[in-house]
Design a protein around this ligand. Structure first.
Ligand SMILES: Nc1ncnc2c1ncn2[C@@H]1O[C@H](COP(=O)(O)OP(=O)(O)OP(=O)(O)O)[C@@H](O)[C@H]1O
Ligand SMILES: [Mg+2]
Length: 461
């Protein structure tokens, strides 16, 4: 039976699918955690690389100020040709590896007194850049910049053609004997920051990700095995329940047959016998005799009702009509307003009829158990064939508490009623849906194929 079951929309999937879904969820979550950790590591290594880059740029600039620029600047300012050439050469050498991009010396009034680009010398941007002013006041600053170095930006020609270049901009105080306080500004290529970040990431990522990945891989077979066990367990439960239901059906049939063949026949026979002697009873006992006959008739009728209740009459065409009427009777007796409409159903196969009956029985049992409804509508009709395939449709709607769709999809072993009938419907090529009813309450809707094509559908397990 388990092998032939199909998923049926609206209520829940097959246990096997559900098992697969859980494995996918666990593996998916693990993969998501890995990606999250990798992203965090990338962000962290980039931030560490930035810190390192700023520190290194500050150290390099301070060394350049003290060891290279300060000894030559006094001569440069005094137009000493040798010092000037040495200074330009020293800066050129340091720029050779591409890390240092630009060097500018600012005087205390914000004028460029030295730049390796001679056209910048003498320029005095207004206002004095803030980091230059800070350095003139004795403070070192460093920052990451998206723009070209200040003199070129103001001059405005180079380097703006290929998107924004990025720089580390450092300004340090520069003290030269005999001169007012100065500031040395140096720009460094930001690419090095990216390279350091990449190196850090390359080193740190495997340390974090490999153990996690290993853990994930070790977990997968365990999760799969647990899921399989869960699926087996659930299939077993469903099988046991199904067997219990069939056993209960068989028991009902046996009781019903016993009732029919025993008490009902006996009482009916007694009724005939009493009827036969009734005319000969003395006048004074006639009323009592009529009462006995009436009581016997009622007893037979009640027992027949009980028999039908235990095991519905042969189901087929009009039989379903009768069986549905029997099913709704207890609800009516309990004061619920029940509308029952059964259209012309025509000949239905036994399997189809039994499946419809079972759906109705489960849906009405659920109304009694869960809905607290005041009105219930039960309808069954045949839908005209389309493309050679006819359908029979059954609906049970109530105006009760309503159903939370989440509850239907939640896998709870102890609630199997709808799933079992849903599986039976699916095995016959039909469709069962349970959904909130527009206007409140719940609606159970089932469609089963009938007619030429429907006859070919698989039988229930
Ligand atoms: N007509 C309804 N109104 C409100 N809730 C419903 C209705 N029908 C079903 N439910 C909800 O859907 C759940 C699943 O129903 P299902 O018939 O599968 O299980 P059950 O009735 O709880 O148990 P079982 O049928 O196995 O004895 C129910 O527990 C109930 O919460
Ligand atoms: Mg139920």
């Amino acid at each position: 039976m388990a092998g032939r079951r199909r998923a049926w929309p609206g209520v829940s999937g097959r246990p096997r699918r559900a098992g697969r879904r859980e494995v996918t969820v666990v593996i998916g979550l693990g993969a998501a955690v890995l990606v999250l950790i990798a992203l965090s590591a990338a962000v962290a290594s980039h931030s560490v690389a930035r810190e390192q880059a700023l520190d290194e740029a500050e150290r390099t600039t301070r060394r350049m100020a003290d060891l290279v620029v300060a000894p030559l600047l006094a001569g440069y300012v005094a137009h000493d040709r040798d010092d000037a050439d040495d200074l330009v050469e020293a800066v050129r050498v340091r720029k050779a590896d591409g890390y240092l991009d630009d060097v500018v010396v600012w005087s205390d009034d914000g004028t460029v007194v030295f730049s390796d680009r001679p056209e910048e010398v003498g320029r005095r941007p207004q206002p004095t850049p803030r980091n230059v002013a800070a350095a003139l006041a004795g403070r070192t600053t460093s920052m990451l910049e998206d723009d070209a170095p200040e003199p070129r930006r103001v001059g405005g020609t180079e380097d703006d053609q290929d998107g924004p270049p990025r720089y580390v901009d450092v300004v340090v105080p520069l003290r030269v004997a005999g001169l007012t306080p100065l500031a040395l500004e140096a720009y460094y290529d930001y690419d090095r920051v990216d390279r350091v970040a990449d190196d850090l990431l390359r080193q740190s990522l495997p340390l974090v990700v490999v153990p996690l990945l290993t853990l994930q891989l070790v977990q997968v077979p365990i999760v799969v095995s647990l899921a399989r066990r869960l699926v087996r367990h659930e299939a077993e439960r469903a099988r046991l329940l199904e067997r219990a239901l069939s056993a209960s059906d068989r028991e009902r049939a046996r009781l019903s047959a016993d009732l029919h063949d025993g008490p009902i026949q006996d009482l009916a026979g007694l009724g005939y016998a009493v009827g036969a002697i009734a005319p000969d009873v003395p006048e004074r006992h006639r009323a009592l005799m009529a009462q006995v006959q009436q009581t016997l008739r009622e007893a037979v009728e009640n027992l027949r009702g009980l028999m039908a209740d235990l095991y519905p009459p042969h189901l087929g065409g009009a039989g379903l009509d009768e069986a549905l009427a029997t099913l709704v009777a207890p609800l009516r007796e309990a004061g619920t307003d029940v509308t029952l409409h059964v259209g012309e159903l025509g000949p239905l196969g036994d399997d189809t009829t039994v499946a419809l009956y079972r759906v109705a029985r489960e849906a009405l049992a659920n109304v009694t158990k869960h809905a607290r409804a005041s009105h219930v509508e039960v309808s069954a009709e045949r839908v005209p064939p389309a493309h050679g395939r006819g359908l029979v449709r059954l609906e049970v709607g109530d105006d009760g508490a309503g159903i939370d769709p989440a509850r239907l999809h939640r896998r709870r072993d102890e609630h199997l009623g709808l799933r079992l009938v849903g599986d039976q419907v699916a095995a016959l090529g039909g469709r069962l849906s349970v959904a909130p009813r527009p206007g409140g309450g719940t609606r159970v809707h089932v469609e089963l194929p009938v007619g030429e094509v429907g006859e070919g559908v698989p039988k229930p397990p």
